[in-house]
Design a protein around this ligand. Structure first.
Ligand code: ATP
Ligand code: MG
Length: 578
């Protein structure tokens, strides 16, 4: 490809709307253009990167028996009603009606549709296992579309669904996909980690892992163990109760009264300061509303509630949220800062974190303005209905597997694998007949990769102040040829000859034939991030040499003209075979 013919509009300035590096560089390097919030056009170079990531995914899926198919983006509401997800999905789902007023959505995912297909087409155990996948646009009306391709409203996903006879064979499919994902992200040149995760709205019983590209701009927080293989999303990470040294009972006036005056003390800090106790001696009480139920969630004062754990332990709720000040006031006749578990109406469910029953003499709200209770004990002064791990992990927590120190990192979720069990196959009656002719329910897995998000994540891990540094396997082209001057005939003819040679031996090459200053061409080449640049200048050429520049290391070597093509080819081949 000649640069003069390529639609590659580069920008010198950093676009104001782009917060993260990948978004800035994709706009500057002419890879994408915005159409609406979270909706983009891929320009030719951007699309080449996408196609390469897709190709790597295809190869790894096919190598494990995956069969590619294509389902429609538009899906009828009825099938979503069968699993109940038409209502559960909420405002993230793009919904539309046809001219007959029939309801449809733009597919945010395809569990329903694929299960519908399989229930119609699969009869016998002989047809299983089945691994079916597609690579396609998905639609989610995200609350906060942002960071360019990282969180789009239209984005590209590979989604594979596995159908197996039983849990054991389903686990084999899961393992296969887990390994395929490791291969995909390694081949894309990414530094990633698989972490235990929460199943969220997709649900299912059999466990799930997220594949995280480690980067400071990542929206997800993960913890991992420095000693063993444990790694988890903080949403999921298990917390063991950790003892604190008990403080003595608080003396009250008059003696025996456990209600103390705490004027205007609404926060944990204010109460701890006022009573001169540690935050870990306080019970933090938060009121939540889930569907139409109210719950009090209790954690130690120095802890944070993990709402996902609350939802898993007590729900699932379609809409779990903190109760509003008005709701708290109406129910308990006091403000949220003074709420506590003692003496509340019995229809409000109390759920306590594992650490709360360990507290010897705790402080909590008295359900009365400006008052707290002291020397409170769980099990004596109040009785939680549920005691469960409900708190958010901290970096000081020990590894739940080996007890060593946990470390924190941020990650970009590029893929997730789920063992769904029979959640969808039961709801949609995807069954098969076993050897004895008995009807059995299929065991399912689903496995997604964010193709467009992977492109963004690759940039977040591979850039410098001059631009993108593409890993060879997903670079839009491997090599760019830059003649320093178009006036020197020998320079131009050598450049053109190398361009032909490289193309002929299968190196993806662009030729910067523009009549621009060399500085401009170098800047563009660095910004776009071609892994290799061959520069042809009169001086070196007089000695029969050209310059080879490695984008990643910044090193330059002088190479003889008749050796450059085979050298470039061998560099490309060896990095693709890694
Ligand atoms: P997130 O938690 O980031 O919203 P998710 O867990 O809802 O993602 P999945 O349903 O697991 O996403 O989808 C599979 C993959 O699709 C994700 O691992 C991610 O890489 C990608 N993905 C999901 N939502 C988006 C989005 N809005 N924009 C780009 N990629 C996305
Ligand atoms: Mg996910």
């Amino acid at each position: 490809m000649k640069v003069s013919e390529l639609l590659n509009p580069t920008l010198r300035e950093v676009p104001a709307e782009a917060e993260v590096v990948s978004h800035q560089l994709m706009l500057r390097a002419g890879f994408i253009r915005k159409v609406a919030g979270g909706i983009y056009t891929y320009l030719p170079l951007g699309w080449r990167v996408i196609r390469k990531i897709e190709q790597i995914i295809r190869e790894e899926m096919d190598a494990r028996g995956g069969q590619e198919l294509m389902m429609p983006i538009i899906q009828p509401a009825e099938i979503w009603r069968e699993t109940g997800r038409w209502d559960v999905y909420g405002p993230e789902m793009f919904r539309l009606k046809d001219r007959h007023n029939r309801e449809f959505c733009l597919g945010p995912t395809h569990e329903e549709l694929i299960t519908d297909l399989v229930r119609a087409e699969v009869r016998s155990y002989k047809q299983l296992p089945l691994l079916l996948y597609q690579i396609q646009n998905k639609y989610r009306d995200e609350r906060r579309p942002r960071f360019g391709l990282m969180r789009g409203r239209e984005f590209i996903m590979k989604d594979l669904y596995s159908f197996d006879r039983d849990p054991e064979s389903c686990q084999i499919s899961y393992r296969k996909m887990y390994e395929a994902y490791e291969r995909v992200f390694s081949r894309c040149g990414l530094n990633f980690r698989a972490v235990e995760a929460d199943a969220g709205a997709i649900g299912g019983s059999g466990g799930t892992h997220e594949f995280m590209v480690l980067a400071d701009s990542g929206e997800a927080e993960v913890v991992f163990c420095s000693e063993c293989s444990y790694a988890a999303n903080v949403e999921k990470a298990e917390c063991l109760p950790r003892p604190v040294r008990a403080e003595g009972e608080i003396k009250c006036q008059p003696e025996g009264d456990n209600k103390v005056y705490t004027p205007e003390c609404r926060t944990i800090e204010q109460v701890a300061d006022f009573l001169k106790v540690k935050k870990s001696s306080l019970i933090k009480t938060l009121m939540y509303k889930g569907d139409d139920k109210y719950l009090l969630v209790l954690v130690r004062g120095d802890r944070e509630v993990n709402e996902i754990k609350v939802n898993n332990a007590l729900g699932p709720f379609i809409n779990l949220r903190l109760a509003t000040t008005e709701e708290v006031e109406e129910l308990l006749n006091c403000q949220p800062g003074f709420v506590g578990p003692v003496g509340i109406p019995s229809d409000i469910l109390i759920a306590a974190d594992l650490e709360v029953p360990e507290m010897k003499a705790a402080v909590c709200g008295a359900n009365e303005k400006d008052y707290h209770l002291v020397n409170v004990r769980c099990g004596q002064d109040f009785m939680p209905r549920v005691v469960h791990d409900l708190r958010l992990v901290t970096p000081n927590d020990p590894c739940p597997q080996c007890g060593a120190k946990l470390q924190e990192a941020r990650g970009i979720e590029v893929g997730q694998v789920f063992n769904l069990g029979t959640k969808y196959s039961e709801a949609l009656k995807a069954t098969y007949l076993d050897e004895k002719g008995k009807e059995q329910v299929c065991h399912m897995g689903c496995y997604g990769i964010g193709v467009s998000r992977t492109m963004a994540a690759a940039i977040e891990q591979n850039y410098d102040e001059n631009g993108i540094i593409w890993p060879m396997a997903i670079a839009p082209y491997h090599c760019i040829i830059v003649p320093v001057s178009l006036k020197d005939e020998q320079v131009v003819s050598t450049a053109e000859q190398l361009y032909r040679e490289l193309k002929d031996i299968g190196v993806e090459t662009v030729y910067d034939d523009r009549d621009e200053r060399p500085g401009v061409k170098f800047k563009d080449a660095d910004l776009v991030g071609y892994p290799l640049r061959v520069t042809i200048g009169a001086k070196a050429l007089a000695q029969g040499k050209v310059e080879l520049f490695h984008r990643k290391t910044g090193t330059v070597e002088l190479v003889e003209v008749d050796k450059i093509s085979s050298l470039v080819k061998s560099i490309v081949d060896s990095s693709l075979n890694q």
